[in-house]
Design a binder for this molecule. Structure first.
Ligand code: DOR
Ligand code: ZN
Length: 335
């Protein structure tokens, strides 16, 4: 059995910087046509100069792999209309983090409500710059995303012309909110389609599956699977592949993030095949995102075959999901 995926897109990706960038960027660039690049570097990407320089470093690290890094700015509430107008030529979206909610988000927004953010969100609406949001409160860890849904809805109602992407959704509540607002969209990761909290902490603790938002309940995973497998037009694939060095994951104080970039397409093929939905994978992996973001990628084709592949234990010092395990599908050709 085989499938050809055209122009795979990863609509939420962490490529980091320096040595880590050199390790991970080629792995995404080989198999994906483009990706939305997260801005949570240290310090975060907040100026046009930083966007341009980071994009150049990514392009250098990905060489001739025909990969388009779609850049983002780290949301600050003091961006002026004129700044955003200039920035628009260099970015695809702006990523909003609640302050301190996840890796390198300390300088995020501490009060997220539609009034507090009015000036910036009105400018973004007018300039048609999509807003990507890490939607978690600082409440009890299993309820953080659920508690954020009313905030998504408040923003969606108050800024009907703003395209809002609920990033890496993990709950049934977020899935249900999608259809209530025409301007709400979502990315879904691979790992949240596969695991629940049981896989992370139900037996021996699995640091390589620890991420934010944390994987939730079975009914949440079911709800995510349903919209992904049917390729609901408002959802798209965003891996949230978030590499950390092995020593930072296997530590007392484990960094959040699952590194899935090198195995994402193979495991998605297996998942969609298992559910008899392989025909919908093209929409989930590329077509929906193209429509949502009005983006046309340059050609790339990835042929996958149902043929076992043993996942490497590490890529340099980063441990991927399924490290050392055999997965059912392989990539057999790239063009
Ligand atoms: O698990 C995560 N890792 N979630 C995030 O929101 C950030 C990411 C990272 O940058 O490591
Ligand atoms: Zn992320």
């Amino acid at each position: 059995m085989q499938i050809t995926l055209k122009t795979p897109l990863d609509m939420h990706l962490h490529l980091r910087d320096h040595e880590m960038l050199q390790t991970v960027a080629p792995l995404s660039a080989e198999t994906f046509s483009a990706a939305i690049i997260m801005p949570n570097l240290v310090p975060p990407v907040t100026t046009i100069e930083e966007v341009i320089a980071y994009k150049e470093r990514i392009s250098k690290a990905t060489g001739n792999l025909n990969f388009d890094p779609l850049m983002t700015l780290f949301f600050k509430n003091d961006y002026s209309y004129d700044f955003l107008k200039q920035a628009k030529a260099h970015i695809t979206a702006i990523k909003l983090y609640p302050a301190g909610i996840t890796t390198n988000s300390e300088s995020g927004v501490s009060s997220i409500d539609s009034e507090n953010l009015r000036h910036t969100l009105e400018a973004m609406s007018e300039l048609e710059i999509p807003l990507c949001i890490h939607g978690e409160t600082d409440g009890f860890v299993m309820d953080r995303e659920k508690e954020f849904v009313p905030i998504y809805e408040d923003l969606a109602k108050n800024y009907p012309n703003l395209k809002i992407i609920m990033e890496h959704i993990t709950t049934k509540d977020s899935v249900e909110a999608l259809d209530r607002h025409p301007n709400l969209y979502a990315t879904i990761t691979l790992h949240h389609l596969l695991i629940t909290l049981d896989d992370v902490a139900g037996g021996m603790l699995k640091p390589h599956l620890f991420c934010k938002p944390i994987a939730k309940r079975y009914e949440d995973r079911e709800a995510l699977l349903k919209v992904a497998l049917e390729a609901h037009p408002k959802v798209m694939f965003g891996s949230d592949s978030a590499p950390h060095p092995q020593h930072a994951k296997e530590a007392c104080g484990c960094a959040a993030g699952v590194f899935t970039a090198p195995i994402a397409l193979q495991v998605l093929a297996e998942l969609f095949e298992t559910h008899n939905k392989l025909d919908n994978l093209q929409s989930f992996i590329s077509d929906n995102a193209q429509k949502i973001y009005h983006y046309t990628p340059s050609p790339k084709a990835v042929v996958l075959e149902k043929k076992p592949f043993t996942v490497p234990e590490t890529y340099d010092n980063v441990v991927p999901m399924y490290a050392g395990e055999e997965i059912a599908w392989s990539i057999t050709s790239l063009s």
